[in-house]
Design a protein around this ligand. Structure first.
Ligand code: DX5
Ligand code: ZN
Length: 215
């Protein structure tokens, strides 16, 4: 079954606890938490206190997606805030290997996100160290954007790389995921789907989660 990680960015922030409890009682696997700094991406979402508040009620792992520059300086803080997966952007890390080791040293699973223009082959020499690769199928910064179809081919390429290197890395896709794009991605090798608008703006979010799980 596909791993489903609903993105809280599309939830009702004024009712965050009930949104978290809705996900707790659903068949979703993780909570996708989008952290933006208004610098790496042209938007600001929420920061450490909000992540902590979510962690207090969440009964599933927090899949934290850092869209920030200088992530190294916040690794321990996100561990303390309750992150299980910590994903940094390839484009924001000059010393990616060091960053990944630092995330693992804190006892978290380490992920790398690729912007739409960043090719998969750049991960050739680090793939075996990664627990997760997050392929962005929109430009990061906002929910509700249109899916960039090249992400499907990228998923295939990443799957090939993982198999060739005998790595144990999960493939997660983020941006514009719905039942149609999700199906293409799962067929191409995706293990996990992030979905914001498709889940939270639907009339029956739990049923929508089930649809994604069985793609
Ligand atoms: C975008 C975020 C996504 C976003 C996805 O920068 O990384 O996680 O919430 O939202 P949808 O699913 O609406 O495209
Ligand atoms: Zn995200």
């Amino acid at each position: 079954m596909t791993i489903v990680s609903p993105s809280l960015l599309a939830s009702d922030f004024a009712n965050l606890q009930s949104e978290v409890e809705m996900i707790n009682s659903s068949n979703a696997d993780w909570f996708h938490v989008d952290v933006m700094d208004g610098n790496f991406v042209p938007n600001i979402s929420f920061g450490l206190p909000s992540v902590k508040a979510v962690a207090k009620h969440a009964q599933k792992p927090l899949d934290v997606h850092l869209m920030i520059n200088n992530p190294d300086q916040y690794i321990k803080a996100f561990k303390d805030a309750g992150a299980a997966f910590l994903t940094v952007h390839y484009e924001a890390c000059t010393h990616l290997h060091r960053t990944i080791q630092a995330i693992k040293a804190e006892g978290m699973k380490a992920g790398v996100a690729l912007n739409p223009h960043t090719p998969v082959h750049l991960l050739e020499d680090i793939i075996q160290d990664l627990d997760l690769v997050l392929i962005m199928s929109v430009n990061p910064g906002f929910g509700g954007q249109k899916f960039i179809t090249e992400a499907v081919e990228k998923t295939r390429k990443l799957k090939d790389l993982i198999v060739r290197k005998n790595a144990n890395t999960l493939i997660e896709i983020d941006g514009g995921v719905n039942d149609e794009t999700g199906k293409l991605l799962v067929d191409a090798g995706a293990d996990a789907l992030v979905a914001g608008s498709f889940v939270f703006k639907s009339s029956d979010p739990k049923k929508t989660i089930d649809t994604l799980k069985t793609l």
